[in-house]
Design a protein around this ligand. Structure first.
Ligand code: PLP
Length: 364
């Protein structure tokens, strides 16, 4: 038999979570964000899960083309825009929309406009404001000028005004509360007509009443993990990925025995240890500490010892029925990915995106 590790993608949960995002944002259209291979769930599976989305958004130009080849006919948005002038040709060929966040992109468009306009190409573009995150985008005070410059380009059909929040999951952020970013966005877009796109998952789930969006951009919530602010379950989200495996070995050890590399765990009395076929080469975080939750035969127990490349060890002392072949859930249904991520000092996003290529994936 194959090694027992398996990732099960719940396409129905992708659908459920998208419906929830749309229900939170009446009147807005929704991009299904599926960058990074659908946050590790698979591009094609995410595309099917988001069949009811108004468009799909990602950052990889080659994956955008792949979505067209897979038959997606609704809008596709490149969230980081195009990376050189050649990408504009790809956008024209495959009818892709893109963010425009810097002067270099404006210049490439200006240089290409005559040729594209002659061919009848017209782009829907998303002008990005840097409202405080200081990653991509035009400063609020430079936004109107960038908007005017983009509007003057003959192959531009529409301009949506877009920004991204640093702290939508933390309303009381002492340094950059979301209200400050909204204030800067409103100031920078004053007097400009057009559609607006502000909300990521945290915006959708926590600020739907205060944010006016024509297009929302939910990502993580669609995969059933929390963007912060409350648990996924409290938000009504369903996990879309279950990473499971089995116990492949059991050790009965005496008080004081040591477990794993570095002998970091020492038995507190007589213990039963289960060995699980899952390690960091499967995408499980190596830095997950003692106590990280693991489900064995539906019962929550704890990780002990250091995670190795292909295996990890769990405490079976209070699970006398557990044996070789017992089912283990590393994260997903019954063991929220956010709990595992919190224990490991990271976020659900990182765990799901890091699912390793060697893990077989099925749907269920
Ligand atoms: C990834 C991304 C999103 C989605 O963010 P989530 O926190 O996963 O909802 C939205 N907008 C942009 C620009 C992004 O890059």
């Amino acid at each position: 038999m194959p090694r027992p590790i398996l990732a099960t993608i719940h396409v129905d949960s992708l659908k459920h979570n998208l419906a929830l995002a749309k229900a939170q944002s009446p009147g807005a259209r929704a991009w299904g964000v599926l960058k990074a291979n659908g946050y590790g769930h698979g591009l094609e599976r995410a595309m099917r899960g988001f069949a009811e989305a108004d468009g799909l958004a990602l950052v990889e130009v080659d994956y955008a083309v792949r979505l067209r080849e897979l038959g997606w006919t609704k809008p596709i948005l490149l969230l980081e825009g195009f990376f050189d002038a050649q990408d504009i040709e790809t956008m024209a060929e495959h009818n892709l929309q893109a963010a425009v966040h810097c002067n270099e992109q404006l210049a490439w468009l200006e240089a290409a406009q005559e040729r594209l306009t002659a061919r009848g190409v017209r782009f829907d573009l998303h002008l990005k404001m840097n409202s405080g995150m200081n990653r991509l985008g035009f400063m609020p005070q430079a936004f109107a000028a960038a908007h005017a410059r983009l509007s003057a380009i003959s192959c531009v059909a529409s301009i949506t005004m877009m920004t991204h929040f640093a702290n939508a999951d933390d309303t009381e952020h002492p340094l950059l509360p979301i209200a400050e970013q909204i204030r800067r966005f409103e100031a920078g877009t004053a007097g400009l007509e057009g559609a607006r796109s502000l909300s990521n998952s945290a915006g959708v789930l926590l600020h739907q009443k205060t944010l006016r969006n024509d297009w929302i951009r939910p990502g993580i919530m669609l995969y059933g993990a929390t963007p912060g602010g409350a648990t996924a379950q409290q938000f009504g989200l369903q996990p879309a990925m279950t990473l499971s495996s089995e116990i492949i070995g059991v050790q009965e050890i005496a008080d004081g025995e040591l477990v794993g590399y570095g002998s970091r765990f020492q038995a507190e009395g007589k213990m039963r240890i289960g060995v699980v076929a899952c390690g960091y080469a499967d995408g499980y975080p190596r830095h997950a500490p003692l106590g990280t939750p693991v489900l064995v035969d539906g019962v929550r127990t704890r990780l002990i010892g250091r995670v190795s490349m292909d295996m990890l060890t769990v405490d079976l002392t209070n699970l006398p029925q557990a044996k070789v072949g017992s089912k283990v859930v590393l994260w997903g249904r019954g063991n929220p990915i956010d709990d595992v991520a919190t224990a490991a000092g990271t976020i659900g996003y990182e765990l799901m995106c890091a699912l390793a290529p060697r893990v077989p994936v099925v749907e269920g």
